[in-house]
Ligand binder design. Structure first.
Ligand code: NDP
Ligand SMILES: CC(C)CCC[C@@H](C)[C@H]1CC[C@H]2C3=C(CC[C@]12C)[C@@]1(C)CCC(=O)[C@@H](C)[C@@H]1CC3
Length: 339
């Protein structure tokens, strides 16, 4: 049976590289690229068809940061497919990132230098904003939209006698200290990206608890440091050109500098081949590249706990019913009942 795979944020970077790797592993796979920018999505499909002429590739317009867009796309998926085998929750943003150069230079001369380069801990702040749904944009895009998508797609993911997979692109930048149950959207802090990625680690654990008995399994990966639109957005392009030789040099000393999207997609494509029962729900699967350029995946225990993961899940359910209520009220304003 052909596997049906939906990838969010598939038009560039790690998502696009994943699609290429999936087609190389299994040319029969049915890919569905769920993207915000349809021009880039068309370009991505054309690029994939160049190397895999017979591939079955569908496109869907999805702005995962918009509640309405998620609900609409989920309806479309349920109409098009009666079963979904893999849902890669990969789309992500880090808006207006700023590097704390003082921390960077201090870190360069400390014993933590490798850790700093692997995780960017304490190095980056971002400017988040409230979106049209009244949600923090980073939270809405990196976490909540994906949560809603999973909830909406439950009927095609959870089917008797069938296993399905959720695979989250998290990050080693996910940090407990950036996340708070009192502020899950990170309205007050300056590290919304780190908070949202930590929340995805917690959510994956909670999803496993709720859905494993229905044949749905969730895993989390970290792609390492990959040069993509997201990373290039952190510093001016001339700076990247200057420091690229240093980046390749650092790679000799740390396996987390995967650098290319192909390498970064290692853990995502490795998970595609694994039996879900064999995976550890407490582990984050890291894409790693050795100094000689060999790729491999490695599980590392996440710094998460069940109580926080359950508490987050409850809050997400509450928020879900709030936004659904708001959508219904807005719809009733446009089309009042009885008219
Ligand atoms: N690069 C790195 O070093 C690391 C990346 N990651 C994670 O990897 C994932 C992929 O990022 P990466 O490939 O690096 O960066 P890219 O910017 O190349 O890819 C991000 C993708 O997400 C899409 N996207 C962003 N916002 C939305 C939205 N609202 N709705 C739908 N799609 C959206 C983008 O589409 P569009 O073209 O419309 O912008 C793009 O396709 C992210 O979750 C990121 O956090 C994690 C750790 C390290
Ligand atoms: C002078 C130096 C050689 C310049 C590099 C400094 C920084 C811009 C990078 C150092 C560590 C990097 C990093 C990321 C972005 C660029 C750096 C901060 C990420 C935050 C990108 C997104 C992620 O999710 C993380 C896992 C990356 C971790 C490391």
């Amino acid at each position: 049976m052909n596997k049906v795979v939906l990838v969010t944020g598939a038009n560039s970077g790690i998502g696009l590289a994943l699609c290429e790797r999936l087609l190389a592993q299994d040319p029969q796979v049915q890919l569905c690229l769920a993207c915000r920018n349809m021009q880039r999505a068309e370009a991505a499909r054309s690029a994939l068809l160049l190397s895999h002429g017979d591939a079955r590739i569908a496109l869907l317009r999805l702005d995962v940061g918009s509640v309405r867009s998620v609900l609409k796309v989920a309806e479309e998926v349920k109409l098009r497919y009666n079963r979904l085998d893999y849902l890669y929750l990969n789309a992500g943003i880090m808006p207006n990132p700023q590097v704390d150069f003082k921390a960077l230079f201090k870190g360069l001369f400390s014993r933590n230098v490798i850790h700093m380069f692997a995780t960017a801990e304490g190095l980056l702040t971002q400017q988040d904003r409230v979106n049209a749904d009244g949600l923090q944009e980073v939270f809405a895009t990196n976490l909540f939209g994906h949560f809603l998508l999973v909830r909406e797609l439950e009927p095609v993911l959870c089917q008797p006698g069938h296993t399905a997979r959720l695979i989250w692109t998290s990050s080693s930048n996910a940090r407990r200290s950036a996340f708070s149950l009192d502020d899950i959207q990170h309205r007050k802090g300056a590290e919304p990206y780190s908070s949202s990625k930590y929340a995805s680690d917690l959510l994956s654990l909670a999803l496993n608890r709720r859905y494993n008995s229905q044949g749905l399994f969730s895993s989390v990966i970290c792609p390492g440091l990959v040069m993509t639109n997201l990373t290039y957005g952190i510093l001016p392009s001339f700076f990247w050109t200057l420091i690229m030789p240093i980046m390749w040099l650092i790679r000799v000393f740390t396996n987390t500098f995967t650098l290319t999207p192909y390498n970064g997609a290692e853990a995502l494509s490795w998970l595609f081949l694994q039996r879900p029962e064999s995976l550890d729900p407490w582990a984050k699967y890291h894409s790693l590249t050795s100094g000689l350029g060999n790729n491999y995946s490695q599980p590392r225990k996440m710094d998460i706990d069940e109580a926080t993961s359950e508490a987050l899940y409850e809050q997400l359910l509450e928020l879900e019913s709030e936004v659904r209520k708001k959508m219904r009220e807005e719809d009733e304003e446009v089309h009042p009942p009885g008219h």
